[in-house]
Design a protein around this ligand. Structure first.
Ligand SMILES: C[S@@+](CC[C@H](N)C(=O)[O-])C[C@H]1O[C@@H](n2cnc3c(N)ncnc32)[C@H](O)[C@@H]1O
Length: 204
């Protein structure tokens, strides 16, 4: 267990050294953050799309919540991370896909809408246009009422208010943890009309 975690940290550091902007962290997220970002996801959600799983900390938390491995669609641009994920989670769909082109994940869902999107992408570093592509693509694949979850190291919502309004989305900070380096917050995005219905409206 300790050895696996150590080798994941080394793998992470290598990927970061190769592409610091894309990986955007020198070590995997903590188990505490993984629990926070996955705590609203359950097996009844159906298929779950994970964006930027890296070494799979959030993937393991999703499995611990009872999501079936075959219901996981893992979208990852880094080849060594993909190899590691495919070896550890043989029933999951591991896609070599840029998360800004999420339409490419539709086939892995086999016609079913996704029940949740859990994102480890460095959204803050991606810039407005790419952020919009990720969010549009995610909500094109999400079932009505379903949500996307994103963590951030910043004090505010990682997606600016004007972009949320333009996409018809509402953002709500649902939690955070100090037990992560650096400390992180978790945000939930939903379609605006659905957030109003649920009484959870909060625009960043
Ligand atoms: C900050 S790391 C998070 C990894 C993991 N979720 C965690 O929390 O430990 C960002 C991950 O997103 C991946 N990534 C970055 N941009 C991406 C993109 N456009 N499409 C797919 N994956 C991307 C990186 O390769 C990396 O695995």
């Amino acid at each position: 267990m300790f050895a696996a975690r150590q080798s994941d940290t080394i793998r992470f550091l290598k990927s970061w050294a190769e592409d610091p902007l894309r990986v955007a962290a020198v070590a995997p997220s903590s188990a505490s953050l993984a629990r926070e970002i996955t705590r609203e996801v359950d097996p009844a959600c159906g298929p779950v799309i994970e964006l930027g799983p890296g070494t799979g900390v959030f993937t393991r938390a999703l499995l611990a919540r009872g999501v079936a491995e075959r219901d996981l669609v893992l979208v990852e641009m880094d080849a060594p991370f993909r190899a590691l994920l495919a070896a550890r989670h043989p029933a999951a769909a591991v896609l070599d896909l840029d998360a800004t082109r999420l339409a490419g994940a539709a086939r892995a869902l086999a016609g079913r809408p996704a029940g949740a999107v859990v994102s480890g992408l460095p959204l803050l570093a991606m810039g407005t246009i790419r952020q919009m592509r990720v969010l549009r693509g995610a909500f094109d694949l999400l079932a009505p009422g379903a949500a996307m979850y994103q963590f951030t190291y910043g004090p505010r919502c990682p997606v600016p208010g004007p972009i949320l309004r333009r996409l018809g989305l509402a953002a709500h900070r649902i939690g955070g943890t100090l037990r992560n380096l650096p400390p992180a917050a978790v945000w939930r995005f939903r379609r605006l009309d659905e957030s109003v219905t649920r009484g959870a409206l909060s625009l960043a």
